[in-house]
Design a protein around this ligand. Structure first.
Ligand code: SF4
Length: 247
């Protein structure tokens, strides 16, 4: 796993039950300055606990953005120095690693409202500038991938539904979204959308049937925000786009 924002390793942490003062010493100062000798001595003891911790690797991976104290065997100054080197190191990451980070970070940006870049830095340790760069790369990749996949799409034109009918349930469904389909509301998952965002490609699960179809955006209710995957293809539903739903 690249990164676990929920820190599911926490129940196995060796520091549970230790007084916080052992890991967050007074006199630690700010992360960009060396700590006092007393704080450093205390942190060195805390690091010994980390080095015997069964989840040190996962903790180190997920706490790079923590400002203060000892986490994952690193003190706050060590994490600060690692964060400083990250933009340069990221230039040498293989493309798949850059994309994986872009994808992970875009989840924060796709929330409504979007998580500020500076907050993303605090959560992940990835600087605002680098995070923006990686998310931009990921979105460009999605767009290119959508165009590539579009070549294999051959779907019937969508059938418009009556506006606002039937209403969506309040409860969440099993998949990504509720979809109006054949006069009913069914579970569906998102596969992409047209560049203008008016039509969504959804895989609709209704009873035992599974159908991939284009539906108007207003006929879809997502349970969580989705990053857009742009689909461009021959035979897109332009002709139907301006038609009003059948009364
Ligand atoms: S590595 Fe250290 S800070 Fe992280 S969970 Fe283990 S003991 Fe706690």
């Amino acid at each position: 796993m690249l990164y676990d924002p929920e820190r599911r390793w926490w129940p196995q942490a060796a520091c549970r039950g230790h007084p916080p003062g052992e890991f967050f010493a007074d006199g630690g100062g700010t992360p960009d300055k060396p700590p006092s000798a007393d704080a450093q001595a205390l942190w060195n003891e805390a690091k010994k606990i980390c080095h015997g911790c069964p989840v040190m690797h996962q903790c180190r991976r997920d706490t790079l953005g923590e400002e203060y104290g000892v986490w994952g065997g690193y003190d706050q100054r060590e994490r600060y120095l690692i964060r400083q080197t990250l933009p340069k190191a990221a230039k040498k990451w293989p493309p798949e690693r850059r994309l994986a980070w872009g994808r992970a970070l875009s989840v924060y940006r796709d929330r409504d409202p979007a998580v500020p870049w500076i907050e993303i830095r605090r959560l992940t340790g990835v600087s605002a500038g680098l995070a923006e760069e990686l998310v931009t790369e990921w979105r460009a990749h999605l767009k290119a991938e959508g165009a590539r996949r579009a070549k294999i799409l051959s779907l019937p034109e969508p059938i418009p539904t009556r506006q606002g009918e039937p209403p969506f349930p309040e409860a969440r469904g099993r998949l990504d979204a509720w979809v109006r389909h054949n006069g009913l509301v069914a579970d569906g998952y998102y596969q992409g959308e047209t560049a203008d965002g008016l039509w969504l490609l959804m895989n609709v699960h209704s009873g035992k049937s599974r159908v991939r179809k284009w539906v108007r955006r207003e006929d879809v209710k997502f349970h969580d925000p989705k990053p857009a995957l742009i689909m461009e293809y021959e035979g897109r539903p332009d002709r139907a786009r301006d038609e009003e739903p059948a009364a």
